[in-house]
Design a protein around this ligand. Sequence first.
Ligand code: BES
Ligand code: ZN
Ligand code: ZN
Length: 475
Amino acid sequence: MDLEIVKEGESLPFADVVIEPFFQDQQKSSKLSKAVKEDFKGKLGELLLLYPGPKQPRLLLLGLGVAGEASCEHLRIAFSKATRFCRKKELLTVVATIPHLPTFSVQESTNAVVEGVALTNYLFEQYKKKSSPLIKRLYLVGASPSAQQTLTICQAVLFTRDLVNQNADEVTPSFLGEVAKKLCEESSYLTASILDAEQIKKEKMGLLLAVSRGASTEPKFIVLRYQASKSKDCTVLVGKGVTFDSGGLNIKPASNMEHQRSDMAGAAAILGVMRAICALNLSINVMAVIPATENSIGSKSYKQGDVYTAYDGTTVEIGNTDAEGRLILADALSYVVKNLQPTRIIDLATLTGAVVVALGDEIGGLFSNSDELASSLHQAGESSYERLCRLPLVKQYNCQLLSNRADLKNVGGGGAGAILAALFLENFVKDVPWAHIDIAGTRYVNEERSYRPKGATGFGVRLLVNYLQNRADHS
Ligand code: BES
Ligand code: ZN
Ligand code: ZN
């Protein structure tokens, strides 16, 4: 979708439809006819299509709800509804007026409108013969120039959704490596180095190797470096890249396996973030690290009860081969701590079913050893509306991760599954400020939810770009 800003005083471009937003009861004082005022009250998401006259574009009245209760999320929801309507009616060139809210800046309203439209204007139909219509061009009246940047970020979200929605047999660890390399063409600040199985073996990443053993695809360890600032400050993003999680020898039941191609949603979101910061040219330093592998079953599969050695020398007894995410992340985190001089580390991972039970598909689980980092991420979650809820790292539960045969065991046994996974990871970050975001619930929606169409959501991209933009503004 293209976007164009119509300047004040310029005549409206020719389009299929003009979207005119109204707050509830605000339509009463407008020049709409009495009959229209009867039919359209301006409730949140309410729509009414009008045909003003020959040679004039259609007019789509869009309700924003009660003005006093308005929020950016209401704008996203309303414009998402309008977008779905336009697509259904094949009205594919659209003019929209940015509504002015007393409590929000023009920039905030503009961004919310662009997000509502662009994030809804998505379909994953790569494997279908016929594709459905999408809005081609959006003209914005009264918009702030930030609209283009917001569209760029939304495009990164759609790129992430595509990666997650595609077949696991296509999006292999090597494929993720190729995507990472290709991103480097976008910016001279970005470079990639990708370790193959031989190099992973040489580096002694024993946990990543263990998880990868059952798979016929080769594991990769992807490192992207975006260096656009002279400062020493460097945020390292780590993304779980399990391209399919069968559970391994502790095989998952069929109903739990169906969507496990999305077990690389953390990796995909981090690639999306890198794509966005390249396009936005942010003057910061960011690195992305992705341990990528399949968790498959084969004669070489790693075994429950066996002990394997992590990159930092910690030995780990495998209590369950389905708790593979924390294993590959342990190697990645210790690699980052040892080699990359991180100022802070943020990992994004579809780590536990327990977080889905606790927080569902709206809110991600946030864990951190730093109150400052946790609060900045929480704030970024509120502004992007990719919300987070901080859960505690309960020290008393650490004893569950002790093993008779090794330094650690990869599972506990006493509930609090999302916390135990985070506690396991904490062992590998030493004292570096670190946050872990469990996106097992938010990575995916089984039914369409406003501007999140069914399937991959791209959760994490807008959240982390927002966080990094704030960092860039303050450095
Ligand atoms: N990839 C799964 C977590 C997951 C569950 C992601 C549901 C998306 C939706 C992870 O590797 C896993 O299997 N975790 C296990 C850990 C358990 C064996 C301790 C879980 O949560 O059941
Ligand atoms: Zn698993
Ligand atoms: Zn997994």
